[in-house]
Design a protein around this ligand. Sequence first.
Ligand code: UT7
Length: 343
Amino acid sequence: MRNAFISGVGGHVPPRVVTNDDLVADYGVETSDEWIQKRTGIQSRRFAEAGVGNADLALPAAQKAIAQAGIKAADLDMIVYATLSPDHCFPGSGVLLAEKLGLCEGAGASFTPAMDIRNQCSGFVYGLGTASSMVKSGACEHVLVVGSEVHSAALDLSGRGRTVSSLFGDGAGAAVVSATDEDRGIQYWKCGADGRYAHVLAQKIWDISKRPFIPQDGDGNGIVAPEMMFANMDGRTVFRHAVERMCFAVISACTASGITGDDVDLYLFHQANMRINQYVAKQLGVPEHKLIHNIDRYGNTTAATIPLLMAEAVETGRLKPGMTVACVAFGSGFTWGSALVRW
Ligand code: UT7
């Protein structure tokens, strides 16, 4: 039977470490190390320098994943690129990455198709599911799934924006999903969405129903008010739904696959808040040794949290062939997703 397995993973974070104290001292955010650590578990995050775009950050992660898969970039049949902070409104960052990977020039140009997924924190799981289906159907041999975010450029670092700006960091992760006849790989995936809560966590920037879509001054310059320019979030509502949906998504994945939580060797939870993950772990009875985190060091890197966890777990030997891995994510939309992977 044709299966889809993860043949390579890679992660990349920008070098600049920004601690909670740095947010206060360097950016003037009205917060404290104590508040952020107590409410979220975040100690620091990475910020990319000005001039570094989303696909720039994704490139090293993608190259590492491709090398670990033992293939060349030109062997990819598709790029699926998950982000909520794309380089531009359009075109998507997937085509920018394809160009950076050298897929669009020279005799061996493959002109590999690239598509962006706009599903925020659950974007990587949506991408993994898409890649798995493309490979299992026989349409593709190798699909690169990317989760990459440059949040630092779009954070409201004033007192008004502290609830959001304290949480997010920059980073990128990637995985190559490849075909195999072995009994391993992505055994199950399922995603969900509830648009009734679309307004609860959103960065609207413009309103396409308005004429023009961004208000203009007399000289034709666009005017974007801060509440439109930056993300807005009702944190408590997101928190409550995240715990419920993530628990249900893991239970559904195990039930549908005929296994129990005890059969899972490693849980890769989306990294939005350490407290969310502690609640989920408690509800599901997941012991601490089956969890790994990076929120303490990277903050919430949205689409990049899970592939970054994967890359680190492989590098440190926590994730080994034969292990059963449960991935689960929840975020803006609301959207969520889970996947069970036999590594
Ligand atoms: O990736 C998926 C998307 N995001 C999430 O999953 C986030 C889910 N939500 C959360 O993680 C939490 O709700 C937050 C960490 C965002 C907020 O924690 P909370 O315990 O729910 O705090 P809160 O929003 O109820 O605010 C409590 C107080 C408020 O002050 P008052 O009104 O009680 O005086 C806030 O203004 O904390 C204040 N506050 C802060 N104080 C210092 C909010 N943000 C900060 C801050 N520093 N950064």
